[in-house]
Design a protein around this ligand. Structure first.
Ligand code: UT7
Length: 329
């Protein structure tokens, strides 16, 4: 068995900044409500001519540069997204073409907010077995194109933002490695966070007249919150236990950026200070599959992470799905 490690990261967010004040002009909400309930001050919304594959491409270009690899060495592309440019095919093949990466294997993972960790886990397995040596792993979203930007949709609309982050994983011959990944799901919560249409279920296709409400994400916020604050610490503890680590061994926890209050609850349950929990939700909101790679890439860019540091990634989201990855940098 081989081991895998992350050798470079990158990210890209749209230029278009939407503040809480901007939102209060188009729906019944306020800066005070949004900040106190979620910690979000502003987020980026992709404009009409910017797609998920565009943001992914920018993030990947930067990642390939930062990794100092020859792009020809990339064996596979895995993209976590639930807002692909088209219903099918996924973003991954578009990226293959935009990046001109010979005819490598490319596929999308639709595991919502957990999709980046799911993708890291898959990449790690391919590298461990020797089936692949170098894999481009991406989380990319323009989910705000789908949200209902009105008072009816305000509980969802104020939380989400757009962006992309990426990592290159390659075979490791040093102590740097993906130590473990743990993936979970519980499908009974399907309708607590979902977008019904377009789907092939007979109720989830085009009605006449079209029921546009089915084409926007819906969330039972309290139920998501209640489950998230249990599952995040649980899956982080699972990572610690699997690697015989103590929370004090961990330099940073990089959680999916769902809500600052959820991150605070994680810190409280794990009995750590908030400076151990990476947070950028105030400026980007919740960018679904992109939030972990963006937060991790920013931490790397700010030189907060050094070789040998233990980092735990953790996610929770629609499905429900949840996951963690323990990394020795
Ligand atoms: O990526 C993973 C997916 N998402 C999450 O992890 C989100 C998890 N859930 C949450 O973060 C929180 O549940 C929210 C931030 C979505 C909501 O916070 P809350 O404290 O659970 O508020 P609530 O849904 O209980 O709503 C409280 C009140 C309601 O009014 P009434 O019924 O008390 O009169 C809502 O109608 O706040 C109202 N409300 C708003 N008011 C102003 C809901 N959304 C808004 C809004 N602006 N945007």
């Amino acid at each position: 068995m081989f081991k895998s490690k992350i050798i470079g990261m990158g990210y890209s967010v749209p230029e278009n900044i939407i503040t809480n004040h901007d939102l209060s002009k188009i729906m019944d909400t306020s800066d005070d409500w949004i900040q106190s309930r979620s910690g979000i001050k502003e987020r980026r919304w992709a404009t009409d001519n910017v797609t998920t594959s565009d943001l992914a491409y920018n993030a990947c270009k930067q990642t390939i540069e930062n990794s100092k690899i020859n792009p020809i060495d990339i064996d596979m592309i895995i993209v976590g997204t639930l807002s692909s440019d088209y219903f099918f095919p996924g973003v991954s093949a578009q990226l293959q073409e935009k990046l001109n990466l010979k005819n490598v294997g490319a596929f999308d993972i639709k595991a919502a907010c957990s999709a980046f960790i799911y993708s890291i886990s898959i990449a790690d397995q391919f590298i461990r077995t020797g089936a692949a040596k170098t894999i481009l792993v991406v989380g990319a979203e323009t989910q705000t194109k789908l949200i209902e930007k009105s008072t009816e949709g305000r509980d969802v609309a104020v939380l989400f933002g757009d962006g992309a982050g990426a990592a290159i994983l390659t075979r490791s011959d040093s102590k740097s490695e993906i130590l473990s990944t743990h993936l979970h799901s519980d499908g009974k919560h399907l309708k607590d966070l979902w977008m019904e249409a377009p789907g092939t279920n007979k109720d989830s296709w085009i009605d006449d007249p079209i029921n546009l409400s089915k084409f926007t994400p819906k969330m039972n916020g309290r139920e998501v919150f209640r489950n998230a604050v249990t599952r995040f610490p649980e899956v982080i503890n699972e990572a610690l236990f699997a690697n015989d680590l103590d929370i004090d061994d961990v330099k940073y926890i990089v959680p999916h950026q769902a809500n600052y209050r959820i991150s605070e609850a994680i810190a409280k349950k794990l009995n750590v200070k908030m400076d151990k929990v990476v947070s950028n939700i105030h400026k980007y909101g919740n960018t679904t599959a992109a939030s972990i790679p963006i937060a991790l890439a920013e931490a790397v860019e700010m030189k907060k992470i050094s070789t040998g540091d233990i980092i735990i990634l953790a996610a929770f989201g629609a499905g429900f799905t949840w996951a963690s990855a323990a990394i020795r940098w």
